[in-house]
Write a protein that binds this ligand. Sequence first.
Ligand code: FAD
Length: 369
Amino acid sequence: MVNQTADAIVIGGGIAGCAAAYFLAREGRSVTLIEKDAVASHASGKAFGELLPEIVRDANDPTADIVRGSLATHRLLGEQLAERVRAVRREKAAVLVADSDHLADQYRQLYRNNSDLIGDVRWLEHGELSHIEARISPEVRGGLYLGDAAEIDPHQFTSTLWQAAEQAGAVLVNAEVLDIRDDGPNGATVSTGTSSFTAPVVVVAAGPWSGALLQRVGITVPVEPLKGQIVRLEVPATEMRVSLWWGGDYATSKPDGLFWCGTTEERVGFNEEPTQAAQDSIIASAARILPFLAQGKVIRHTACLRPVSGDGMPVIGRLNNESSIVVATGGGRNGMVLGPGLGRCAADIATGQKPSFNVSRLGPSRFLR
Ligand SMILES: Cc1cc2nc3c(=O)[nH]c(=O)nc-3n(C[C@H](O)[C@H](O)[C@H](O)COP(=O)(O)OP(=O)(O)OC[C@H]3O[C@@H](n4cnc5c(N)ncnc54)[C@H](O)[C@@H]3O)c2cc1C
């Protein structure tokens, strides 16, 4: 078997792995990224692409720093990759819709009484919201307007990151990693069956497949797939100026001219097939908030898998102090927001630097006690 070497090996060509490869390559490290399918061919290419901002400052939340840091990394990438990111990112407000009196009261309270609110957050009564989106159902009581939200084209954004990594010298190997051996301070070796690759550090950014890969080194880091589906509708209607969010679902128009509606949360293992039942429930939910969407013609329907850890928080850090394996996964429903931050911290840790953000409570060791 041919053995190749690099300064770092990254497993997984989703947003987390491509970001890790990009930041490592920018540091001048030789990087081999191993991807079993194609770059951005799973969740990182099929997500909704919303970058929801932080709303409330909460010092006790272990994820607060990486959320803030990752959103800052998105902006940093906007500067470093300039027009390439500008072409795939849009600043576009989001509205958390209140579809019941109870929720409307909660949002009003949050808006009026919370001194820890961050950024451009406003409560809009139904009448005010209908000035922004006149087609909302009368059922909607109002909404929390998040002026700092943005959206990216997930596939193009992730591909852009990879292309930038490649330009900085990273190399793509299209193969499935079947095995990993952790030789502690001496590095790690991954095997694809036909080749093996040895490096001082291996970043496991294999999305929902990360848990199974880490089992290869005898370590249990619980990461499960949580399936979600998105339906794209053609509707003869003008575009939406905001994205609307309610009860885990969402809808907006996208630059492809279609109205994207989602979603589902399904624990069905690694099944990535779209289903008719999901399509029907997604359209029914969207049409309840935006009745005009009931007339939509389905143009595309996709499904993909979010990587969700055992406690729902991201997983970022070395397996242990001796290990040559760095884990970067668990973005869950927020993985497009978190991907650049996970990749950046993985690159920091892999190169022996202090992580750019405080991820001290997010290491895999929390599952290993
Ligand atoms: C319907 C839906 C909508 C979403 N919308 C949003 C949103 O609006 N905003 C947001 O922030 N997040 C969103 N997400 C979440 C986000 O898409 C994911 O959290 C994120 O894409 C995960 O990225 P990742 O790089 O960790 O994993 P992935 O994108 O899954 O990438 C992992 C890669 O590793 C590869 N791989 C796995 N095993 C191996 C192996 N053994 N050898 C080689 N390669 C391997 C896989 O082929 C894959 O390409 C959404 C998710 C879904 C399902």
